[in-house]
Design a protein around this ligand. Structure first.
Ligand code: ADP
Length: 159
């Protein structure tokens, strides 16, 4: 049976740090679903469709499927019958939140396990919010996102 994983996030926008985690996860899983969260509470810079497109443009592997989802991650996991949740860790500062989410998800659905992958050192300080701020203020985001994402950011902030 093929080993499947779900990598979920807001990906607002998808960065090279996210891509690094997807690439690493493919060494472990036969297929990975990137689940882009349609968060109704959190206002995102990019629409769900734009975020999905950005992930698709960044990944060429046919072992990866990209789709949006709404609601609880555990419900999405149940619906797909995939209970391996992949998350990336950058620094100790990520740990508290990820630990809380992981235990919450398991309390909701005992079948769920979270697999944490440590990011490459060069992406350890990279986040979607840093990229958004840099792009807004005309900073240099080279190497942080794909050229497609960089272009989308440019269009969004600077027309
Ligand atoms: P969320 O809004 O659910 O935190 P994100 O899109 O910010 O979604 O992140 C999705 C996942 O990717 C999280 O597990 C996060 O820790 C991880 N991640 C974010 N940035 C990086 C990075 N630079 N390197 C590795 N993992 C990262």
């Amino acid at each position: 049976m093929a080993l499947q994983g779900i990598y979920a996030g807001s990906f607002d926008p998808f960065t090279n740090g996210h891509l690094d985690i997807v690439t690493r996860s493919l060494n472990m899983f036969d297929t990975v679903t990137v689940g882009v969260i349609q968060n109704i509470e959190k206002q995102s810079l990019f629409s769900l469709q734009e975020r999905i497109d950005m992930v698709r443009q960044s990944i060429t592997s046919d072992k990866v499927e990209v789709e949006g989802f709404q609601g609880l991650l555990v419900d999405y996991a149940r619906q797909k019958n995939v209970f391996n949740i992949i998350r990336g860790l950058r620094a100790v500062s990520d740990f508290d939140y990820e630990f809380q989410m992981s235990l919450t998800n398991r309390a909701q659905e005992p079948k769920v396990d979270t697999i944490f992958l440590m990011t490459d050192q060069k992406y350890s300080y990279l986040s979607s919010s840093i990229v958004r701020q840099l792009a807004k203020l005309n900073g240099n985001i080279e190497g942080m996102v794909s050229p497609y994402v960089a272009q989308k950011l440019k269009e969004t902030f600077h027309g």
